[in-house]
Design a binder for this molecule. Structure first.
Ligand code: AAL
Length: 400
């Protein structure tokens, strides 16, 4: 009787501890000898903080998700061209045996925000449009022309349309992309637009309104100076910009993954405060409803996202405590870190025709990314950008 009472009070205490958010002591003796050996742990009674982390976070799992990125230059119209910006390639679609990608294109360098001339290009991706190119082999690319241009003066996309992502669905093509309305100031809100076509060559018809906007009603700028760090209150994690849209057809719905930037952005132990969320719609053209679980990441300047094993996998690029990781969520929302990888190339565009179920990272076998060409002594804003090809090689059994 005593032991039953004791057990019940332990259960009650454990429930209380978890309800109060108190961390319960981990029983490390539950780990198998194989696991301890894998992590080089000699005695489970003498665990350093690092050994405890390794056990708790499962550093003995998921080696099949690890690999290395490398990058090479392309030929044809994707070879570096002085004074031209080609960047942020979309996914690569294979249509009638040819590869297609959509990307940000503009001419000339950015000049920053202090020129005093509101018409001067600020960022490399300012005053940009969405162009597209095709290739027979994925190495030699031919620029096909403009896909989505600027909207008329006064519209939500009259200053720049950029960083596109593409999806083919039910015989139609959908582009989602970032939009900026003039003037382009540091505090300007950025939105996400969508255009639809029956054919990869267009013509593209834009939806009348953006499909996603920042939570700009939250937070408050401080003062009149165009300073995005000065705030009375920060607002929600996506109160300033919604960026880098990626559309996925998942569980009979449309999942629009996007990056948020916040009014009064701060620095974290992993760099810039950057997070991702998802907005879900029953119909591809929307309305897109932001998930209550947002933000669903605490990192990732750019994410490349693919279907794997009934869930959603992603690789997170720079920025944030979980930068340069590959993650997987069995429900598309609750992501777990599967591997820590090296220098993820910027702006990965994945190849849709790869058989992503073949291996956890088959989706990353090759794809597109971009590079900066910086003139010595000049700011990164003034650099040219060009599109490159990346390869991801899973763990090398043979090492030197
Ligand atoms: C990129 C993307 C978005 C940002 C800028 C252009 O790497 O994250 O597109 O707005 O940088």
């Amino acid at each position: 009787m005593k032991s039953l009472k004791h057990l019940l009070s332990c259960v009650a205490l454990a429930a209380l501890a978890s309800a109060c958010g108190t961390k319960q002591a981990t029983d490390y003796s539950e780990y198998s000898q194989d696991t301890l050996d894998y992590l080089g742990i000699k005695d489970v009674n003498y665990l350093s903080a690092a050994s405890k982390r390794a056990l708790e976070r499962g550093y003995y799992k998921n080696a099949e998700w690890f690999g290395r990125f490398s990058v090479e230059n392309l030929t044809g119209d994707f070879a570096y061209e002085k004074g031209v910006i080609r960047r942020d390639p979309s996914k690569v679609l294979k249509i009638d045996g040819r590869y297609y990608t959509w990307y940000t294109k503009s001419i000339g360098p950015g000049h920053g925000f202090e020129t005093g001339d509101p018409d001067k290009k600020v960022f490399p991706w300012d005053k940009s449009e969405v162009w597209y190119a095709s290739s027979a082999d994925g190495y030699h690319w031919k620029e096909e022309g403009l896909a989505v241009g600027l909207g008329p003066t006064g519209s939500y996309d009259d200053r720049s349309v950029f960083t596109p992502e593409v999806m083919a669905h039910d015989g139609k093509y959908y582009l989602v992309y970032q939009t900026v309305k003039a003037p382009y100031l540091l505090r300007t809100y950025n939105q996400i637009g969508m255009a639809v076509a029956d054919n990869p060559h267009g013509p593209w018809t834009k939806l009348a309104k953006p499909i996603l906007s920042p939570s700009s009603e939250t937070g408050e700028w401080k003062g009149e100076k165009d300073d995005r760090f000065a705030v009375v209150s920060q607002g929600e994690w996506d109160s300033h910009k919604v960026h880098d849209p990626t559309l996925m057809y998942y569980k009979d719905k449309f999942y629009l993954y996007y990056k948020g930037e916040r009014k009064g952005e701060k620095i974290t132990m992993g760099g810039r405060e950057i997070r991702w969320g998802v907005a879900i719609a029953d119909n591809i053209e929307g309305p897109y409803v932001k998930s209550k679980y947002n933000p669903i990441t605490q990192s990732g300047h750019e994410l490349a996202i693919w279907h794997y094993d009934g869930g959603i996998a992603m690789v997170s690029g720079h920025d944030g405590p979980e930068k340069e990781t590959i993650q997987w969520a069995k429900d598309g929302i609750n992501f777990e870190i599967m591997a820590v990888v090296n220098e993820v190339p910027p702006a990965l565009g994945l190849v849709e025709s790869l058989d992503t179920e073949k291996h956890p990272t088959e989706a990353l076998r090759w794809g597109l990314s971009h590079k900066y060409v910086r003139t010595p002594g000049k700011s990164w804003l003034e650099s040219d950008n060009y599109i490159t090809r990346f390869t991801f090689s899973p763990i090398q059994k043979k090492r030197i």
